[in-house]
Design a protein around this ligand. Structure first.
Ligand SMILES: C[S@@+](CC[C@H](N)C(=O)[O-])C[C@H]1O[C@@H](n2cnc3c(N)ncnc32)[C@H](O)[C@@H]1O
Length: 233
């Protein structure tokens, strides 16, 4: 779908968008480690993250969104959702969760699906077991986490996924090279450990990759299957 800069964004005003950006920036300053970005994902990147939902003649899906922030991916996702789809929204930051709930309260697409949407305020590594998700849209800033946290998150994702689950996530283009070359030694070492683990866990053996240049920083959007088992170090 072609999107233009002048398109209204999910019925919200320009002032609403400015407010959203300011809230995001404030959280970036207050909660750098978990927020991980200074502005929300662009609508072009959001469309790439939810591509599996646009499949024609698909069956209803159980969808999990990790780290919705202010809802820049949640809104387009709700628009693409069909009858029978369910959505679980997991967010660790209570201020983001409150803002998101307030925004969704005024959103037509949310009202249409409200009975099939649940909220989990807490860390992704503690998502309740019991549901197998068909699709996971993940916006967690892995590069800011320690190895143990990343391992716990992937362990839980394996437990709530099946061999058919598709997970999309993004990574800033060039960020690995940048961190490897310019980050302070302890941060570079931590990122190297996390990247090694992700490589071994199969999660970056991606099934598809799409480059999106229209984002504050251009991103690669990866589609992976989170059930891939880690190989030995
Ligand atoms: C990079 S922001 C992405 C926000 C939004 N999805 C977007 O693309 O604009 C990362 C989000 O993940 C959330 N987050 C970070 N760690 C988390 C965790 N362990 N469990 C759940 N949410 C987490 C943050 O609070 C934030 O909302």
């Amino acid at each position: 779908m072609a999107l233009r800069l002048t398109d209204p964004v999910y019925g919200e005003s320009f002032v609403g968008m400015i407010k959203e950006n300011l809230v995001f920036l404030r959280e970036f300053l207050l909660e750098f480690k978990t927020t991980g970005a200074c502005f929300p994902t662009s609508r072009w990147a959001a469309q790439a993250l939810i591509a599996p939902l646009r499949e024609t003649n698909r069956k209803p899906k159980n969808i999990l969104e990790l780290g919705p922030g202010t809802g820049s991916v949640t809104m387009p996702m709700l628009r693409e959702m069909r009858d029978g789809d369910t959505l679980t929204i997991c967010e660790i930051n209570p201020r983001f969760m409150k803002l998101l709930r307030d925004r969704l309260g005024q959103n037509e697409d949310f009202r249409r699906h409200r009975d099939r949407v649940t909220f989990f305020e807490g860390p992704a590594q503690e998502i309740p077991l019991g549901v197998r998700y068909d699709m996971i849209v993940c916006a967690l800033p892995f590069v800011n986490f320690d190895l143990n946290t990343v391992q716990e998150i992937f362990q839980r994702l394996r437990e709530v996924s099946s061999a058919e689950t598709l997970m999309t996530y993004y990574e800033y283009i060039g960020m690995r090279t940048f961190n490897g070359a310019l980050a302070p030694a302890d941060r570079a070492e931590r990122i190297r450990e996390v990247n090694d683990y992700l490589k071994r866990s199969g999660s970056i053996n991606y099934l598809a990759r799409e480059r999106v240049w229209l984002n504050l920083l251009p991103v690669n959007i990866y589609t992976v299957n989170p059930t891939a088992k880690p190989t030995a170090a």
